[in-house]
Design a protein. Structure first.
Length: 176
């Protein structure tokens, strides 16, 4: 979805158009989910955070500046929501549960997934993880990732290539 379309939908949402909110959710939910997944690494927490994010989008729509980058605004809300949730988990000492996966993930070979996520966490920084997840899992183009992360496309491309090289090296060391 293009920036203008998101901006237009956010403008309609500010006027109380619930169908525009539904369309915004449908068009942006995969990207927001992928972004949140890079923080939580499990479906359950991502789904909870998604509800909070879109509730905040709706309740804080008056703070959105029409003509700015709507997706970046939504992802900022997602980032702050994720960080707040993680902080709350730390306070409740529930971080040990972060690596649990929901039944929806049972269709994927859990052993391989765990190994890959563990290697990703070990060798990549958070931004590299997000770039890999957005590109590989969610099939975003580098240009789209640059817009989502509010970063130059050249930076995204080079970070992606370096991250892939790091993963290849780590996988060879693990003999996978």
């Amino acid at each position: 979805m293009k920036k203008r379309e998101i901006d237009y939908l956010l403008k309609l949402i500010a006027k109380g158009d619930n169908s525009a909110f539904e369309r915004l959710y449908i068009e942006t939910k995969h990207g927001v989910y992928a972004f949140l997944f890079s923080f939580f690494n499990n479906s359950s927490d991502c789904e909870d955070a998604m509800q909070t994010v879109y509730l905040k989008v709706k309740t804080n729509i008056s703070q959105y500046k029409v003509g700015s980058n709507g997706l970046a605004w939504i992802l900022q809300i997602a980032k702050h929501t994720a960080l707040n949730e993680i902080r709350a988990m730390n306070n409740r000492q529930k971080l040990c549960c972060r690596d649990e996966y929901s039944q929806a993930d049972a269709f994927v070979n859990v052993a391989i997934k765990d190994t890959l996520l563990t290697i990703m966490k070990r060798v990549l920084d958070e931004e590299e993880q997000r770039i890999i997840i957005l590109h590989v899992i969610w099939a975003y183009k580098h240009k789209e990732i640059a817009a989502i992360l509010n970063s130059p496309i050249g930076t995204i491309t080079s970070k992606y290539k370096r991250a892939v090289d790091k993963l290849k090296t780590a996988l060879k060391e693990e003999k996978l």
